[in-house]
Design a binder for this molecule. Structure first.
Ligand code: GTP
Ligand code: MG
Length: 398
């Protein structure tokens, strides 16, 4: 191969992020790809996919295909195998303030070993290093675990951005046998501050118009706001999503039912990327896209699941409701937050006395807020069942 061919040679790498729910996988990826961070927890449904190009020393351009797999993925199911298909590297993430998430890394490692056919490089990221005062896993314990299992280990914070870029870049460089100098490593942790953009805009204002594409407008400093005209792009309406979805279905020859299309639109909430991601995942797993397979694929409760849950909540004893819901959650890999969202919609269709309904809605809102803050799912499940007790006592419906 000539030098010039070597220079233009593109490297590719598939990188998969795994770990318990809420440990910060999506946050790390967004920090790495977009220098973006939000405190709001939005659970990943199924998996999201990202592409990032990385320029490594020696004119080595790497295209990273990053899969962000939901912590709720069923460990022994076909989906994990699909997401890990042809993966080169797996980053297992735990939250340094959660002992459970660290303990579960062992289970994730076992599941990866069972799911992959090729060899993959595994690394472990201890996330939320900014919460050092709440650390639950000692440095010694994590170091020993990394050494015993011959893994790469890093401590990062998606919130502050500490070590996120440098750790991922170091891993990729190691994978391709490229060595990074100290200057290369420092470059990775560079964060472009809004304060730095203002002087640049002012310097070239005579002959240049700048266009800033961003999320979270509220985080842009006022000095930049005042120099900009704002255009907002909200979620797409179903009328815009449907023709594009149909186009993809026709081109790819996907077998899909009408309720399958509706399920995709409902789950995506106006995000076309989600529509296509979920379509692709469902088709890969089931080859037949229907409402049931879409919801099963992303671990979202089916309508019949919600009907059963409400029936248990309103008719069965506390103990039986808990047992049934817990079993359903485990078997189908459902998240309580998804169950709560769907039950909340369902509750509006039941005729409760006004005071009972308002109390129930306030209680459900409190549980939702607790879950978003990352509280214990089991405790919230008991609170969820308890919230329905007054409703049962006053008007036990059919
Ligand atoms: N303090 C702190 N909070 C973080 C950090 N990274 C993520 N979080 C918060 O943790 C919560 C969960 O983060 P996500 O990135 O959505 O978690 P995830 O692992 O993708 O969760 P699933 O999609 O459910 O599997 C969010 O509220 C984040 O703001 C961090 O480095 N420090
Ligand atoms: Mg996520």
């Amino acid at each position: 191969m000539s030098d010039s061919e070597e220079e233009t040679h593109e490297k590719q790498l598939k990188l998969v992020f795994l770990g318990d729910q809420g440990v910060g996988k999506t946050s790390i990826i967004k920090r790495f790809c977009y220098e973006d961070y939000t405190r709001q927890y939005t659970q990943t449904i199924g998996a999201d996919f990202y592409i990032k190009r990385l320029n490594l020393p020696g004119k080595n351009d790497v295209t990273l295909k990053i899969s962000d797999v939901s912590g709720g993925v069923v460990l022994n199911g076909p989906m994990l195998k699909n997401y890990l298909y042809k993966a080169n590297m797996v980053i297992l993430v735990y939250d340094i303030t959660s002992n459970n998430s660290f303990e579960n890394i062992k289970i994730w490692i076992r599941s990866v070993a069972e799911a992959v056919e090729n060899t993959v490089t595994c690394a472990v990221f201890g996330n939320k290093s900014d919460l050092e005062h709440r650390r639950a896993i000692s440095l010694l314990t994590s170091k020993k675990f990394i050494l015993d299992n011959q893994l790469y280990g890093f401590l990062v914070s998606a919130k502050t951005g500490e070590s996120v870029n440098s750790s991922v870049t170091e891993l990729i460089a190691k994978h391709f046998g490229i060595s990074l100098s100290r200057v290369d490593k420092e470059k990775q942790n560079h964060i472009l501050k809004a304060e730095l953009i203002v002087p640049i805009i002012e310097k070239y204002t005579e002959n240049t118009r700048f266009c800033i594409i961003c999320n979270y407008l509220g985080q842009i400093i006022p000095a930049l706001h005042s120099r900009c005209t704002r255009f907002r792009f909200g979620p797409l309406s179903p009328a815009l999503i449907r023709p594009r979805l149909q186009h993809v279905i026709d081109q790819e020859g996907v077998k899909i039912s009408e309720d399958g299309k509706e399920a995709l639109e409902t789950l995506a909430n106006g995000d076309m990327r989600k529509v296509l991601n979920v379509l692709q995942s469902t088709w890969l797993a089931y080859k037949d896209v229907t409402e049931d397979t879409v919801y099963t694929c992303v671990g979202h409760p089916l309508k019949s699941d919600i009907e059963n849950i409400v029936k248990w909540l309103l008719n069965d004893s506390f103990k039986k409701s808990y047992k049934n819901i817990k079993e359903l959650k485990t078997i189908k890999g459902l998240a309580l937050s998804d169950i709560l969202t769907e039950v909340h919609k369902y509750v509006h269709r039941i005729e409760f006395p006004f005071q009972v309904l308002t109390k129930l809605l306030v209680d459900l809102a409190a549980i939702e807020s607790n879950l978003a803050a990352g509280s214990n799912e089991n405790i919230q499940l008991t609170a969820f069942i308890a919230a329905f007790q007054p409703a049962r006592e006053i008007s036990p419906p059919e």
